[in-house]
Ligand binder design. Structure first.
Ligand code: PPS
Length: 345
């Protein structure tokens, strides 16, 4: 039976056969899955209530939402924006705190609903207990922490614009980060093997098929991109590419500085570029809050895996590349949205 969401979407449960395939490939998708109409957004059934809460949440004028499809460099952008606002002199005592605790991931609870998921790391539990000393339950941990986070909040999401209130861009700022889909597919595959939130058991070849059929949470990457690209000239949306940030972080951070109105000196921005480089962030690490498979972390490098553009060339076969390019060609027809590092040469 379908359910109507506050956003107006209809949540339609997956047919039995498709659900069975998802449950085999992702050990953590054990409580049912839905596809939303319109859009085809793909969600774990128990997260529908959270989707309503996120839609109805009161966003604040000082909020910055870091919005990306998974594996597009959300955490990197979060750290940059949080640092530019809260820690431009790189001496904030709270900067050592796990990033999801000082810069909340609004729908993180939706990834923790499986009955197979191991317990969260102590840092999240302690932060929740400290914020809500009188609550006995441990429900909606990250959403609750988002609600009480102090201004200015830097909120992370992988949900698309259309699952947020229509007036989001009239209320607060959004930084949208895009990444070459070939690299996203490879990075996402490793992520789903690494984290117990997904606990992926399939091959890379099967993963490519899921990716081009839009059968991965949170749904169609190309539509996610197109919704934000359509708003790229809005004064409250800043559209960025992972590849540009990687190639020329100084220019990208200067652009962000202008968008955010942080008015930092070039010297401070240069220091933030170094502080948020791949190697510096890997040293500060985020592992520990959300449980990972240690054997996969050892094999691949963990969450901070490679941090490169064009890594897909090492992993992807010509047939897999062809499938992704064909899907991009039809899904982006008529759009002037182009990606770098698309050629094998
Ligand atoms: S998540 O789990 O969806 O929120 O992941 P997300 O943060 O969006 O993306 C993770 C990928 O970004 C890489 N990363 C970085 N690249 C360059 N510089 C910095 N500082 C940085 N921090 C994270 C991370 O390594 C993942 O990409 P891959 O290709 O897997 O290495």
């Amino acid at each position: 039976m379908s359910v109507k969401l506050k956003s107006g979407h209809e949540a339609v449960p997956l047919e039995e056969e498709e659900l069975a395939q998802q449950e085999v490939l992702f050990r953590s998708y054990s409580e049912g899955m839905v596809r939303l109409d319109p859009g085809g957004w793909f969600l774990h059934t128990p997260s529908l209530k959270l989707a309503d809460n996120i839609y109805e949440h009161k966003y604040r004028p000082s909020d910055v939402i870091i919005m990306t499809y998974p594996k597009c460099g959300t955490t990197w952008t979060q750290e940059i924006v949080w640092t530019m606002w809260n820690n431009p002199d790189l001496d904030h005592p709270g900067a050592k705190e796990q990033i999801f605790l000082r810069s909340p991931f609004i729908e993180a609870d939706s990834y923790l609903l499986s009955r197979h998921h191991p317990p969260l790391g102590d840092a999240a539990i302690q932060a929740y207990r400290k914020a809500f000393p009188h609550r006995e339950d441990m429900k909606d941990i990250f959403f609750s922490l988002t609600e009480v986070a102090p201004d200015p909040r830097v909120i992370k999401t992988h949900l698309p614009l259309s699952l947020f209130p229509e007036n989001l861009l009239e209320t607060c700022k959004v930084v949208y980060m895009a990444r070459n889909p070939l690299d996203v597919c490879v990075s996402f595959f490793h992520h789903c093997r690494l984290f117990f939130c997904q606990d992926y058991t399939g091959t890379f070849d099967q993963f490519v098929d899921l990716f081009v059929k839009d059968n991965l949470i949170p749904g169609p990457y190309l539509l996610h991109l197109k919704e934000a690209w359509a708003k790229k000239d809005h004064k409250n949306l800043h559209f960025m590419f992972y590849e540009d940030l990687k190639e020329d972080p100084l220019t990208e951070l200067k652009n962000l500085d202008a968008f955010l109105g942080t008015e930092l000196s070039e010297d401070k921005i240069r220091k933030i570029v170094d502080y948020t480089s791949f190697s510096a962030m890997k040293t500060r690490a985020i592992e520990g809050l959300l449980p990972v498979r240690e054997e996969v972390a050892k094999e691949t490098g963990g969450f901070f895996r490679k941090g490169e553009s064009g890594d897909w060339k090492v992993v992807t076969t010509p047939e897999q590349e062809r499938k992704i390019l064909a899907w991009m060609e039809s899904g982006l027809k008529g759009e002037d949205l182009k990606f770098k590092y698309m050629s094998r040469k």
